[in-house]
Design a protein around this ligand. Structure first.
Ligand SMILES: Cc1cc2nc3c(=O)[nH]c(=O)nc-3n(C[C@H](O)[C@H](O)[C@H](O)COP(=O)(O)OP(=O)(O)OC[C@H]3O[C@@H](n4cnc5c(N)ncnc54)[C@H](O)[C@@H]3O)c2cc1C
Length: 538
């Protein structure tokens, strides 16, 4: 498996160089002062925890006895790396070497028994424990305002059982996406969970953040894929059984979904798997005259009842426009033809579809979608845009670090919204984002349901040369306020962490927070699991 460098997201084997036409477009759109750009650190400074480790010698001895001395790290780089995820300001500050809320020690157990013993030591000493999957969180969920132990789960990486009879796979929590998927693909199956961070995220992290993959419209979010789990909590070991369905009171294992390590450590999970033959997939794309018609088509398809695509995406007009520029299509013959037949830049909206499954099913569903698209004025643009998107479905995110080198800010926020609120939320939140000086706002829908969809906002602008962090935080807060005010959920798949915690009471209410807090107390009476404001918990 590939590893990545400290600061950069993505495979070190993939060059982040942009094609000439893309660079030209970005330079034109987001002019950045050369001197400012050159003054920006590019990630060459060593990471520097702003606090000294306060772990006691007695605790260190115990931890080393459990996992062996090679799996306990106290060095600056390990502590700092394990205390940041991939939120914009975390990465920005790390480039200056700074990591403020830092763990005291990093411990890497190799099995569940070692996790049990570490939790016991931590609980006895009231030492915070922060489970660490692959560090791809974008919600500040790994920051350690109270210090403590980072429990790196990457050695819990076994695939325990592939079960073709039940169509399940049981894995340890530290298994990375590509390892799991390769194992399944070799047997003609898929897990169906492909977050954009797929290459560098773990099964435990997917469950803990309650994430969604790019094919979630067909395969479901991780909560639909998860059948059962084992979690080690300070109160004991919780284990659920893998029934296809059951009526045995509330599904207790679901309590761990989305809790971002604040109830316990997920050590093992059983996931549903699906038969998978990519050669059978049916692909199509359409361009619509406007976003409204594209959304209407998506909603009609989701509510028609004839089946649904696995990947179902709409790019709003600005995202469609920027992808024309970035892919070099802008001004080309396809673009001119589309304009000529009435599909105008900054109005038109692109839709991508992939239907998996039995070939006759996939073909039939695509045929029916084509009918609905045609009725709504969709012009078929074939398989090629889908293949292009598939080619860069993970690597497009590598761009953020490159843009940071160039003095350009790019970040995202995402939400789920009912169909009836979708347009207002899209319009109002876009308007807020666009009110910030020289800011592009691209929006796509990538997860669709019978009752609504997600909206994924990407914003791009030159960095603020006076104070990038302060300006970013203020602007970012305004976007969250707008999403919240216009009927969107705080998150559809990234989770809450510490980033969205201040809005949690507004989302779930005082009573909701009280219930959450009392469940936490049951699993974690001393409050050692990922403490310090996560999920809005005290
Ligand atoms: C470029 C990029 C693209 C992304 N795209 C998507 C996307 O498409 N869909 C999506 O859902 N998310 C996406 N994310 C967010 C992130 O990748 C997910 O939240 C992912 O599920 C986190 O997994 P991880 O293994 O990296 O967990 P980490 O980042 O290490 O941890 C995340 C949280 O879960 C807790 N945790 C981790 N493992 C365990 C465990 N075994 N037991 C208990 N708690 C645990 C941690 O304490 C932390 O609070 C993206 C992130 C990036 C940087």
């Amino acid at each position: 498996m590939q590893t990545r460098t400290i600061y950069k997201w993505g495979s070190p084997n993939v060059e982040e160089k942009l094609p000439e036409h893309t660079l030209k477009f970005l330079e034109g759109q987001f002019p950045v002062d050369k001197e400012f750009k050159n003054s920006l650190p590019k990630g060459e400074l060593p990471l520097r925890p702003l606090k000294k480790s306060k772990i006691s010698t007695a605790t260190l001895i115990k931890l080393k006895q459990i996992v062996g001395k090679n799996f306990v790290s106290l060095d600056d780089s390990s502590r700092a790396r394990h205390s940041i995820g991939k939120f914009y300001t975390e990465i920005y500050k790390a480039r200056f070497g700074e990591v403020a809320d830092v763990v005291d020690v990093v411990v890497s157990p190799k099995n569940e028994q070692e996790v049990i013993e570490i939790i016991a030591v931590a609980n006895a000493g009231k030492i915070p424990v922060i489970p660490y999957g692959a560090g791809s969180t974008v919600t500040k969920a790994l920051q350690a305002p109270k210090g403590g132990i980072s429990l790196d789960l990457s050695r819990l990486n076994r695939i325990i059982e592939f079960n073709a009879i039940d169509s399940t796979v049981t894995v340890e929590a530290g298994v990375y996406g590509p390892v799991l998927e390769k194992h399944l693909n070799e047997r003609g199956y898929t897990c169906g969970h492909f977050p954009q961070s797929f290459e560098f995220s773990t099964v435990g992290g997917w469950i803990a953040a309650k994430g969604a993959g790019q094919a979630s419209t067909g395969y479901g979010k991780i909560e639909d894929i998860l059948l059962s789990l084992t979690a080690i909590t300070p109160s004991g070991k919780f284990e659920s059984k893998s029934y296809p369905a059951a009526s045995i009171g509330p599904d207790l294992f679901r309590l761990f979904l989305g809790t971002e390590g604040s109830f316990g450590v997920i050590t093992k999970a059983t996931l549903k798997i699906r038969k998978f033959h990519p050669e059978n997939s049916a692909k199509g794309s359409f361009i619509f005259k406007n976003f409204e018609k594209a959304v209407e088509t998506m909603r009609d398809v989701m509510q028609a009842g004839f089946g649904k695509p696995h990947f179902f995406r709409i790019q709003d007009p600005e995202e469609t426009d920027i992808s024309f520029h970035m892919s070099g299509l802008h001004g080309g013959k396809e673009d001119l033809f589309l304009r000529f037949i009435g599909y105008k830049p900054m109005e038109r909206s692109l839709m991508h579809i992939i239907v998996d499954g039995d070939p006759s099913y996939a073909k039939e569903v695509l045929k029916k979608i084509k009918k609905i698209a045609k009725r709504n004025g969709g012009f078929s643009t074939g398989e090629s845009p889908v293949n292009k998107w598939l080619h860069q479905r993970y690597s497009s995110a590598y761009l953020r670090d490159y843009l940071m080198d160039e003095g350009i800010r790019i970040d995202t926020l995402e939400t789920a919204v009912s169909w009836s609120n979708l347009h207002e939320l899209w319009e109002k939140t876009r308007a807020y984002i666009k009110s910030h000086e020289n800011t592009s706002c691209m929006v796509h829908i990538s997860h669709a349901y019978e009752n609504g969809a997600n909206l994924y906002f990407i914003f791009l602008s030159p960095m603020n040369q006076k104070n990038e962090t302060v300006d970013f935080v203020k602007f970012h807060k305004g976007i969250i306020d707008s999403i919240h005010k216009h009927g969107g959920s705080l998150s559809h798949h990234h989770g809450i962490g510490r980033m969205l915690a201040p809005w949690m009471e507004g989302e779930v209410g005082k009573e909701g927070l009280r219930i959450l807090s009392s469940i936490k107390k049951t699993f974690d009476p001393k409050g050692i699991m990922n403490p310090g404001g996560l999920l809005g918990l005290k």
